[in-house]
Write a protein of this length. Structure first.
Length: 174
């Protein structure tokens, strides 16, 4: 005959498989720290992306300032074909200036106006939506054959002021 013995389950306190209050609190702490870490990482990523985007716009605005001055110089060379009296650096006097992408002349800068975004998506001083960017074009004459052009683009973002500077020398090489 088979001898089957059944034992009673032991229900003493040390064999229960539940969690204690301390274990639950520690688990909640680690989950909270993990979630907060993820949110902080997401926030920093969004902030870095916004600042990087603004730096890219500032780089383009700085290069555009150089190109405006270069176009004025090149336009003077074209004018010299019909009027040899025009100097290669006419309209490019030393000082602080502002100019639009579609302008063939510089405007005196008095402390930096904000650039506006027009309806076509271009930055200019014409009426439009005001942006956070200011651009100042500085021209210094270095001798009779060289102009040192420096473009400063500044903006404020998240309670900090940022600057981007582009410099180039333009020559009378003709």
């Amino acid at each position: 005959m088979l001898n089957k013995s059944f034992s009673r389950p032991n229900f003493s306190k040390k064999n229960l498989g539940g969690f204690t209050l301390l274990e639950v609190m520690i688990a909640i702490f680690f989950i909270t720290v993990g979630v907060l870490g993820v949110f902080t990482l997401i926030q920093q990523t969004i902030t870095f992306a916004a600042i990087s985007s603004s730096r890219l716009v500032a780089a383009y605005l700085g290069q555009e300032g150089i190109e405006i001055v270069r176009n004025i110089r090149d336009g003077n060379w074209l004018e010299q074909r019909t009027n040899p009296e025009i100097s290669w650096n006419a309209g490019l006097a030393a000082g602080d200036w502002e100019a639009d992408y579609n302008s063939q002349e510089l405007t005196q800068s008095y402390g930096g106006n904000f650039l506006n975004l027009d309806t076509k998506g271009f930055y200019s001083y014409a009426p439009g939506t005001q942006t956070k960017f200011k651009r100042k074009i500085t021209i210094l004459a270095e001798g009779t054959e060289t102009l040192k052009v420096s473009v400063l683009v500044e903006w404020s973002e998240r309670a900090r002021t940022y600057q981007f500077i582009v410099q180039e020398n333009l020559y009378q090489w003709r």
